[in-house]
Design a protein around this ligand. Structure first.
Ligand SMILES: [Zn+2]
Length: 411
């Protein structure tokens, strides 16, 4: 018994040792207002001095993870540039330790706790999806649309009611970026809400009787699994690219105007666009599944920042359907705001942020011709950023569900 306990203990220590630690890392909030500020931040990011957590936008606080050792150098520079640096997170590792402890406790509690109470890892999520399909065979169909480099299934959960007639169709994907955990959690929340609330009538029934929803809860399974097991701050997929560099930024790999700005050719960079357009299994899987079908709308969910982006990402030129895109999105945003009072900013991503090419919503609009193509950045706008408390799953899930229902009804 003693030996067994000892072995278990060693196993735990080994498991923990494989996890990347963020000791001495802090997050600063800065306020860039001029071109020179953005160039400075981009330079620092390119040279791995900082990791920018949220979107680099004008008139918005930008959150940068830095090494505490560099604080004495960087703070005065940010101050001299009038970028108003403030400490947003004082000790990232402490936050991560707390998060891990919470998830461990929740998984020990087990039954009675559901998808809305914890950030499931990939295997837990897969088991849950299979269970939901078994529990709701009339409404749910789980389909593997492809395999990742590490041979994980990329799941689509197709949700609709058997009631007849031609239905509108939505593709919604979550978790393109591994560390944005609130995104897959929100996707799972919506799957759960639609399936469990159908019998009660109401909005879930209204939508499922008139729509076919295709939901990819995690479009980047390898990266997501890795963010749970090895590195909480991982963003890309896990395909080895070159010596010492792993992963492609899937949201720079899609094939409309690929590699035309705002992505990196450097394999180690967090925004590495891949060797060629649609080079990655995850992008190919979505392409194979979506091509040849008619889609009313496409929505891709990231975090964080509370943005609802229309096209385009690759150019600041207005999309031809800009007015309608904004009009329908605003209906969704008003509904979201009605739940918890949280406001989003709406507009073309290249106009609100900086140009970024290879995004999935540019590809669905530009290559597949999907009229209503959007990208959402879920909450929060600050706080603990990617490391959201588990209570945020219900809060974000509930308001996003209400927002989506209102948006679907408006189409
Ligand atoms: Zn993202």
């Amino acid at each position: 018994m003693y030996v067994r306990c000892l072995l278990l203990l060693i196993a735990v220590i080994v498991a923990d040792a494989s996890k990347k630690r963020y000791d001495g890392k802090i997050v600063l909030s800065v306020e860039p207002s001029e071109e020179a500020h953005f160039q400075f931040l981009s330079y620092l990011e390119d040279h791995s001095q900082i990791d920018i957590w949220n979107e680099l936008a004008r008139n918005t606080s930008v959150h940068v993870m830095i090494d505490r050792n560099n604080q004495t150098t960087l703070m005065p520079i940010f101050e001299s540039l009038n970028m108003k640096p403030k400490i947003m997170i004082n000790d990232i590792q402490r936050l991560l330790d707390g998060e891990e402890q919470t998830l461990r406790t929740l998984s020990r509690i087990g039954s009675g706790r559901g998808i809305q109470d914890s950030f499931y890892n990939y295997d837990q999520l897969t088991a849950w999806l299979k269970q939901m399909e078994a529990d709701f065979p009339t409404f749910a169909k789980l389909i593997s649309i492809g395999k990742t480099y590490e041979n994980r299934d990329i799941w689509v959960m197709k949700i609709t009611s058997p009631s007849g007639g031609t239905k509108k169709t939505a593709m919604m994907d979550f978790g393109i970026h591994a560390r944005e955990w609130i995104s897959p959690a929100t996707g799972a929340y919506m799957i759960n809400e639609f399936l469990t609330q159908y019998s009660a009538g109401g909005d879930a029934k209204t939508i499922m009787d008139t729509w076919e929803l295709h939901i990819v809860p995690v479009l980047n399974p390898d990266g997501y699994a890795y963010s749970h097991s090895n590195d909480r701050m991982w963003r890309k997929n896990r395909k080895p690219v070159s010596a010492g560099c792993v992963g492609v930024d899937l949201n720079r790999n899609f094939g409309h105007q690929w590699n035309t700005g705002g992505s990196s050719a450097s394999a180690c960079a967090d925004t590495f666009h891949g060797g060629s357009r649609m080079s990655e299994n995850e992008a190919k899987a979505l392409e194979k599944y979506m091509t040849g079908k008619t889609w009313t709308t496409y929505l891709t969910f990231h975090s964080y920042g509370q943005w609802w982006f229309t096209n385009w990402g690759y150019t600041t030129v207005d999309p031809p359907n800009y007015a309608l895109l904004k009009q329908k999105a605003q209906i969704g945003l008003n509904a979201i705001q009605s739940v918890n009072g949280r406001r989003y900013t709406l507009g073309s991503s290249a106009q609100l942020l900086y140009i970024a090419s290879g995004g999935s919503e540019d590809w669905t609009a530009g290559s597949l011709g999907i009229f209503y193509s959007y990208c959402l950045e879920l909450p929060p706008t600050g706080g603990t950023g990617f490391i959201a408390p588990v209570s945020e799953i219900k809060r974000t899930g509930a308001e996003t569900f209400v927002g989506m229902v209102a948006y679907f009804k408006a189409l």
